[in-house]
Design a protein around this ligand. Sequence first.
Ligand SMILES: NC(=O)c1ccc[n+]([C@@H]2O[C@H](COP(=O)([O-])OP(=O)(O)OC[C@H]3O[C@@H](n4cnc5c(N)ncnc54)[C@H](O)[C@@H]3O)[C@@H](O)[C@H]2O)c1
Length: 325
Amino acid sequence: MSVVLVTGGAGYIGSHVCKTLASSGHRPVACDDLSSGREDHVRWGPLEQGDITDADWLAGVFARHLPDAIMHLAAYADVGSSVSDPSPCYAANVAGTLAVIEAARHNGNCPIVFSSTCAVYGNAPALPVTEASPTAPVSPYGTTKLIGEQALRHYDAAYGLPSVVLRYFNAAGAAPGGEIGERHATTSLAIPKAIRAALGLGPVFKLFGTDYATADGTAMRDYVHVVDIADAHLRALAHLQAGGGSLTLNLGSGSGTTVRELLKVVESVTGRPVPVEPHPRRSGDPAALYANIDRAAGALDWAPANSDLGNIVASAAAWIEKSPG
Ligand SMILES: NC(=O)c1ccc[n+]([C@@H]2O[C@H](COP(=O)([O-])OP(=O)(O)OC[C@H]3O[C@@H](n4cnc5c(N)ncnc54)[C@H](O)[C@@H]3O)[C@@H](O)[C@H]2O)c1
C-alpha cells in the first residue's frame, strides 16, 4: 500500500485516478482547492483543501501524510480561456507545478506522475504524433504544460527526481459504476457538450472550424477513456516504485476522430440529433492530432482497452443522464 498525493484529486480525471488507486489497495490523498473540482468526487481518501501555489500548505500536506509518490493533475486546464486570460493559467501551471516539484524534491525526491497534454505539440507536422515529434504549443495552456515537463527533466538531471510525464490526448467518458464523471460549471470538452445539446440539457453545440484540411473540414482529435488514463497512472506508479527511470509517454486511443464523426456517434448513442451552430476556427486549436501510443504500450504494458468511441460516449451519456446538474 502506498500513500499517493493526488493534486487535482477532486477534478474530473483526478477523481478517477483516486478511485483506481484505492481499488488497487493504495491510499489517495486528494489535494485540491476546489476551484473547478467537486468535494463530492473525493470518495476514496481524505481531502486536503488548499492551493498548490502555497508552498507552506504543501509542506504541511507532505508532513501529515508522508507520501510515497505524487500524481500532479491540478491545473488550469481551459485552453480557450488561457489565450484570452493567461494569468491564472501561468499561476497554476507554472508557479503551482514548480511548488509541487520543489516539495517533492525536499521530501526525499518523492516520485512524480505529471499530467501533461497533447497541446504541447501544437500543429503537429506529421501524424500520428510520437513523443519525438516537435513540441511547439500554440496556446498558453500548452506552453505552461511544456514548462512543467522541462522543469521535471532538469530536476531529474540535477537532483535525481524521477517522474513519468503523461501527455493525455482528449480525456473522455465516465466511470462505469456511474458515481463520478465530468461535471464542470461550463464544460469545455466536446463530448459532454454534444451529449448535453442532444439531450436538451445544454446549449446548441458550437462547431469551431469547418474549413480545416481534414476529410470533413472539422478538427480531428484522439479521445481516450478516463478509466484508461487512470490505469496508466497506476502503471506509472509501479514503474517508478520499481526504480524505473523517468519517461514521457503519449496517452491516446491511437486513432483520430473528426468533430462531425463524433457528433454521429453521439446521435447514435442518444438517439437524438445534436443541434449544431458552425463558428470560425478558435485561436489555439490545432487542426488534427492523434497519438502514436507504442511507447506507453511498451514501457507500461498499457493499452487503451476502454477507448472505443461508442463505449466512451455511452459511459459519458449514462453519467450525464444520471447526474444532469
Ligand atoms: N481533460 C482533458 O482532456 C485533459 C487533456 C490533457 C491534459 N489534461 C490535464 O489533466 C489534468 C486534470 O484535468 P481535468 O480535465 O480533470 O480538469 P479539472 O479542472 O476537472 O481538474 C483540475 C483540478 O485541479 C484543481 N485545481 C486547479 N487549480 C488548483 C490549484 N491552484 N491548487 C489546487 N487545486 C487546483 C481543480 O479544483 C480541479 O479539481 C490537468 O492537469 C489537465 O491539464 C486534461
